[in-house]
Design a protein around this ligand. Structure first.
Ligand code: TYM
Length: 382
């Protein structure tokens, strides 16, 4: 795999990339109608993110669904590097994960990597990243993830759950693999070099906790894929089932190019943004439209490359027919960027008001999500 060719690593990714090419380079498979109908069969309905291929590629998602159908134990795994407040890009995979949890009744293991963010950044104390992990749990609660079935592992505090697994994984991974997969160099700190082992460990944790092979599905952005390639390589020799994945495309930021990212706060909408601020960010968004209303009416816009349209497509328009109408209205110049932004701004503000109220109500619910109060650390001595 040529890292330079993709510009997609866990720490650096564009949003308007050639996703088909990426799938080929990463060696995953495009999500086809076959998997989409298999999912509809077990879930009883489809999800717009799957229908529209926001979740667009996978590894063994079909095998995961087959296994689920046999009644064998399955689980979900996803996570967050708590580098700041949560933005709309982060919650995109969590919204789908919640839907899977509800429809399939699955337990979710959720990793908060305060260690990764401390090792990766130039600034910020471990205490700050740790408290952001707790802060980010409020978003999981506000999205409605079931506390009885959602188990959060905060790396700096819950390492006992992962360390026996990590020891075994670490022995299988060479520095040369780490360099080739993640682009590490001789000046990368050794925390970062070890870190991937911890992200992989959670994929095997359900098997340790239940002392039986648990099939794990990881719904997450395509940027996280490098970890899973290694996880799948090492799994058989450690007698763990290979974790399966379903990958989402990245929600663009509101500027030109680039994913919505904490490193560009002016083009990201945070779940904690006051609704008026979020509305202002949207009204200032790049759209790629024509310079004047007159030209826009004449030549139309380019929804395929517009972050505002992508917000509708990926998060804020459930109705397929209405989405298509918007697409055509934009292309033909019937809908001007200003109107399109204003409507989005209102929808986002409505979402934020509701989400923020739920976050406030979740403040005393956080402990219910923590794995340490629900499971014993798996024993190394058998
Ligand atoms: P982090 O915090 O960078 O991202 C959390 C999740 O959000 C996805 N994501 C996005 N999805 C759509 N559009 C975007 N603009 C966007 N930006 C981020 C990421 O793909 C991810 O799914 N190392 C991880 C933390 C982690 C993890 C995991 C993530 C630990 N274990 C298992 C996924 C699955 C990280 O820093 O994620």
């Amino acid at each position: 795999m040529e890292l330079e060719e993709t510009h997609v690593t866990p720490w650096e990714a564009e949003a308007f990339v050639d996703y088909d090419k990426l799938v080929k380079i990463f060696g995953a498979k495009p999500l086809t109608d076959k998997e989409v109908s298999m999912l509809a069969e077990v879930a009883g309905e489809t999800h717009s993110m799957v229908r529209r291929r926001v979740f667009y590629s996978h590894r063994d998602f079909d095998i995961f669904l087959e296994t689920f159908k046999t009644g064998k134990r399955c689980a979900l795994y996803t996570g967050r590097g708590p580098s700041g407040h949560t933005h709309l890009g982060h919650i995109l995979p969590w919204i789908f994960t919640k839907w899977l949890q509800d429809r399939l009744g699955l337990e979710l293991f959720f990793q908060m990597t305060d260690d990764e963010k401390y090792w990766h950044g130039d600034s910020g104390s471990l205490e700050e990243f740790n408290s952001l992990a707790y802060e980010n749990i409020l978003d999981l609660a506000a999205l409605g993830l079931d506390p009885a079935k959602t188990h959060v592992i905060i790396d700096s505090e819950d390492i006992g759950f992962l360390y026996p697994i990590a020891i075994r994984i670490a022995k299988k991974i060479t520095y040369s693999t780490q360099k080739a997969t993640f682009g590490f160099t001789d000046s990368t700190n050794i925390g970062m070099i070890f870190y991937p082992v911890l992200q992989i460990s959670v994929a095997f944790l359900p098997t340790e906790l239940y002392q039986e092979h648990v099939m794990v599905l990881i719904p997450a952005g395509i940027d996280q894929d490098p970890y899973w390639r290694i996880a799948r390589d090492v799994a058989p020799s450690l007698n763990y089932p290979k974790p399966t994945q379903i990958h989402n495309k990245l929600l663009p930021g509101l500027g030109i190019g680039g994913k919505m990212s904490s490193s560009k706060p002016e083009t990201a909408i945070y779940t904690t943004d006051p609704p008026e601020i979020a509305m202002q960010k949207i009204m200032k968004s790049y759209t790629g439209g024509q310079p004047t209303a007159e030209l826009q009416r004449k030549y139309g816009g380019n929804p395929d490359a517009c972050p505002v349209y992508k917000m509708y497509e990926m998060l804020f328009e459930d109705n397929d027919k209405k989405l298509l109408e918007r697409y055509h209205a934009c292309k033909t110049g019937a809908l001007l960027c200003g109107e399109c932004k204003k409507e989005l701004a209102e929808r986002v503000a409505r979402f934020l008001r509701d989400h923020q109220e739920k976050r406030r109500r979740a403040v005393d619910q956080v402990e219910k999500y923590l794995i340490r109060y629900k499971f014993d650390v798996p024993k190394i001595r058998r």
